[in-house]
Write a protein that binds this ligand. Structure first.
Ligand SMILES: NC(=O)c1ccc[n+]([C@@H]2O[C@H](COP(=O)([O-])OP(=O)(O)OC[C@H]3O[C@@H](n4cnc5c(N)ncnc54)[C@H](O)[C@@H]3O)[C@@H](O)[C@H]2O)c1
Length: 356
């Protein structure tokens, strides 16, 4: 067990760095801030194809490190996208975080995995598509490199509570998962860069449904039945809405609705059982149980379960980084893996095949 693990970050954009300054988000909300806050991690290097973004990142990280250590010789080293070999030679990182845009996941992951770091943290989605994802899986297996995929809700305490509570609400009758935004859900022109919401945000929704289903021992979502397909009124190949319907051995009715024509951003999952209900989403988590009704004599109603105590912070990002540390310390398995990430990608591809 090492005292501190060295980490290099590839991609110093929003999730890599700048979301850490968003005052409305639960912090830490970026890899940089989460690593700087973790006492077992020392950031040693950063890499980006955008020299300006990289320089801003270095300035911030160096200042932060010098305030903690009062040492000038701990300054981070920076590298262009062509200098990944040099980054490994100079920093010898235990952990490499890949937070580049989707169209660079494959190329970057292959370069990194070949160098055999002790852990790769890879941003979601695993890759642009299943075919590219399979190449990453193959390389990770060949080089025996563990990969944590940042489907962040798997690390949030409110979703962990939902997964636990799902076994307390009787038989699950229905799961209703919804994503609302004003973005294109699918656009064939965006296949090359992954700039469509089905992939970008849909991966979170599909992954969290499968995470919750794990509690019931049956998380496979087989081919969907699509209803409510809604095409853009001007560009007919652009998809703005659909519902993907599934049933598993345990839950006969699962519906995943994605809307790209809403004038707000929303992410919510309702799990309806025979004895209770869970409503969880961005900024809310409520748990309901069957109790004697206040409304009708001799009946039962659902009431909020006051025994459920949630902490104010979900810890979604800090817990993710801590899971990486615990894994390297030999204390815990990875809680979001290439396997679960690929399962989500497979479901997205099945949906895509039916809506396009
Ligand atoms: N887990 C989450 O909730 C979450 C949230 C936002 C973004 N993401 C994911 O993180 C990834 C990055 O998204 P973002 O919003 O931070 O994008 P971004 O554009 O803000 O940042 C990406 C950075 O990567 C750099 N880059 C691109 N290609 C590179 C390469 N080959 N080598 C080195 N640097 C390269 C860019 O210059 C940029 O600075 C995407 O996969 C995205 O889906 C995840």
């Amino acid at each position: 067990m090492k005292k501190k693990y060295s980490a290099c970050l590839i991609g110093t954009g929003r999730i890599g760095f700048t979301l850490g300054f968003d005052k409305k988000r639960e912090q830490p909300a970026s890899h940089t801030m989460a690593c700087l806050n973790n006492p077992k991690i020392r950031i040693t290097g950063g890499c980006d194809s955008n020299a300006e973004a990289l320089a801003k990142w270095k300035k911030y990280v160096d200042r932060h490190i010098s305030q903690i250590t009062f040492s000038e010789d701990k300054k981070v080293k920076t590298f262009s996208e062509k200098q990944i070999d040099l980054m490994f030679a100079s920093c010898n990182p235990d952990i490499v975080i890949i937070a580049v845009n989707e169209d660079s996941h494959l190329e970057t992951a292959l370069k990194v995995i070949e160098k055999k770091p002790r852990l790769v943290i890879l941003e979601k989605p695993v890759a642009l598509n299943l075919e590219e994802g399979k190449k990453i899986v193959k390389a990770a297996k060949k080089n025996k490199v563990p990969v944590l995929v940042n489907h962040e809700r798997r690390f949030a305490s409110d979703y962990a509570m939902a997964k636990e509570y799902i076994t307390k609400i009787g038989d699950v009758q229905k799961i209703n998962a919804c994503l609302f935004s004003g973005m294109r859900l699918y656009d064939p022109k965006a296949e090359k860069n992954g700039g469509y919401s089905l992939l970008h945000d849909g991966t979170h929704l599909v992954d969290i449904v499968m995470y919750l289903l794990e509690a019931l021992g049956d998380s496979e979502l087989k081919k969907p039945v699509i209803t409510g397909l809604f095409k853009d009124t001007k560009e007919k190949k652009v998809i703005r809405g659909f519902t993907a319907n599934y049933s598993t051995k345990q839950v006969s009715d699962i519906s995943i609705l994605m809307s790209g024509r809403s004038r707000y951003f929303g992410f919510e999952v309702d799990v309806i059982g025979t004895e209770g209900k869970i409503c969880i989403g961005n900024g809310h988590a409520e748990f309901f149980k069957r109790q004697e009704s206040n409304l009708y004599t001799g009946f039962y109603s659902l009431k909020e379960d006051k025994t459920v105590k949630l902490s104010k912070k979900t810890g979604y990002f800090a817990n993710m980084i801590q899971n990486g540390v615990d894994f390297l310390d030999g204390k815990a398995p990875l809680r979001s893996t290439l396997e679960t990430g690929m399962n989500a990608l497979k479901v997205l591809e099945d949906i895509k095949a039916k809506i396009k």
